[in-house]
Design a protein around this ligand. Structure first.
Ligand code: ATP
Ligand code: MG
Length: 403
């Protein structure tokens, strides 16, 4: 039924010279994401992009379109010539397909060439449909279906829905951030929010074999793949962390173990950021969620890096984060049982109010070969590239659900 998808960019916040760049990037993202459909044709006018479906079912493109940052909304439409009869027939097709009990017609007209004034256009389209659909009534306040007619220079577009896009800015228009990505619920959601603001994410996962399993690593890679469905691409660095964890366990007071481990995570992430040109780090931390996320701990942990630490989830409750994880499609993978760390390195009574001066003094006294350990971790780093074309990982726990 639909011939065309009408895409709205909306107000891409940064105006002026940037705007053209943003639009170009967005159009490039849309085309790349839809490259599996060769029948599509693209054309644009001011602030709008049109996709001519050319026989491709609208449903096939709707899903990828909803996952593109910077896209405000879109509408599947029937495009017809600027003729009243054609507009009426298209409106009737939409109503017959939806079978509402009540409806209304609204219209907007930018093409002056079209002879019928807007109020009359609405009236005549409405009357035409009413006459042909028995039992149908007009409800101007809360109609079950609203048929919208847009009369533009490039043709008339008749549609009945505005599908919200993911919002934000096109990926890559706001620079790069290193995301600390664990296998949990929070950090993938944090990564999604960062990406939505147009940031390209370089993900880092600290892996501690044999304390953490191969499956835990696979799970993090799967989370990175799920994020790539939104951004088109995510690079994941798997950093070996066993040596550092063991050295810390042997040399620092147990209640502070997590705090020290996180400080090393920050330092390594900072090195990676410098290497790839990222200007900030990002975590899934949320104030007070666990003992290591008190304000005191966030302070001591962040003090290990000179880069800003972005924490998009800082003010959210766990239930809100879970709802978001479901929405973006990472929740089911995050709750798989393979842990990103282990009881061996989790203190029974973690320190919730560490003091920076004390932590720094202990670090100095411990006499660990910090540079050597960080260097070896970076040296042993494995780089994985994830994209929507990467096959999804399968897990036994997931499969068991079906057995
Ligand atoms: P998540 O649900 O993201 O795992 P969490 O609630 O379990 O978070 P913590 O375990 O305290 O919280 O971790 C806080 C943040 O530190 C995580 O959100 C993540 O950004 C980072 N982090 C923790 N462990 C790792 C790891 N093994 N690799 C990479 N980042 C990590
Ligand atoms: Mg975690």
């Amino acid at each position: 039924m639909y011939t065309t998808v009408l895409i709205r960019f909306g107000e891409l916040a940064l105006k002026g010279k940037n705007r053209a760049d943003f639009e170009a990037r967005l159009i490039q993202d849309i085309k790349r994401r839809l490259k599996a459909f060769p029948e599509l044709a693209f054309w644009r006018t001011h602030g709008r992009l049109y996709i001519e479906l050319g026989g491709t079912p609208y449903e096939a493109v709707a899903e990828p379109l909803q996952r593109i940052f910077g896209l405000i909304s879109f509408s599947p439409a029937i495009r017809v010539p600027l003729e009243l009869e054609a507009i009426q027939a298209a409106a009737l097709r939409l109503v017959e397909a939806a079978q509402p009990k009540t409806f209304k017609v609204s219209a907007r007209r930018t093409a002056r060439a079209f002879p019928v004034p807007t109020p009359e256009l609405m009236k005549r389209v409405g009357a035409y449909v009413l006459k042909r659909v028995p039992g149908l009534k007009v409800d101007v306040h809360a109609p079950e279906q609203e048929v919208m007619v847009e009369v533009r220079q490039e043709g008339a577009f008749v549609y009945d829905r505005v599908v919200p896009g993911a919002g934000g800015f096109p990926v890559g228009t706001s620079g790069k951030v290193v995301l600390l990505l664990s296998g949990g619920i929070d950090s993938p959601v944090a990564g999604w929010y960062i990406m939505r603001k147009g940031v390209e994410v370089e993900a880092v996962y600290y892996h501690s074999p044999p304390y953490t399993s191969e499956r835990a690593k696979l799970k993090v890679a799967e989370l990175a793949r799920l994020l790539s469905l939104w951004s088109g691409r995510v690079r994941l660095r798997v950093v070996p962390f066993t040596e550092i964890q063991e050295a810390l366990k042997a040399s620092v007071p147990e209640p502070l173990l997590t705090t020290f481990m996180r400080r090393y995570m920050m330092r390594i992430a900072e090195r990676i950021a410098d290497e790839v040109g990222a200007l900030a780090l990002a975590t899934g931390e949320s104030l007070g969620q666990v003992a290591s996320q008190t304000l005191e701990n966030l302070h001591v942990i962040a003090a290990a890096t000179r880069l800003p630490v972005l924490r998009p989830l800082i003010g959210l409750d766990k239930t809100e984060i879970i709802a978001l994880a479901r929405k973006i499609g990472t929740y089911e993978t995050s709750i798989l049982p393979y842990e990103d760390c282990c009881t061996v390195f989790t203190p029974a009574h973690p320190q919730t109010k560490p003091k920076l001066a004390k932590v720094e003094a202990i670090e100095a006294r411990a006499g660990l070969d910090r540079e050597g350990m960080i260097g070896r971790a970076l040296q042993g780093t494995e780089v994985l590239e994830l994209s929507p074309e990467t096959p999804p990982a399968r897990f036994e726990a997931e499969l068991e659900l079906y057995l």
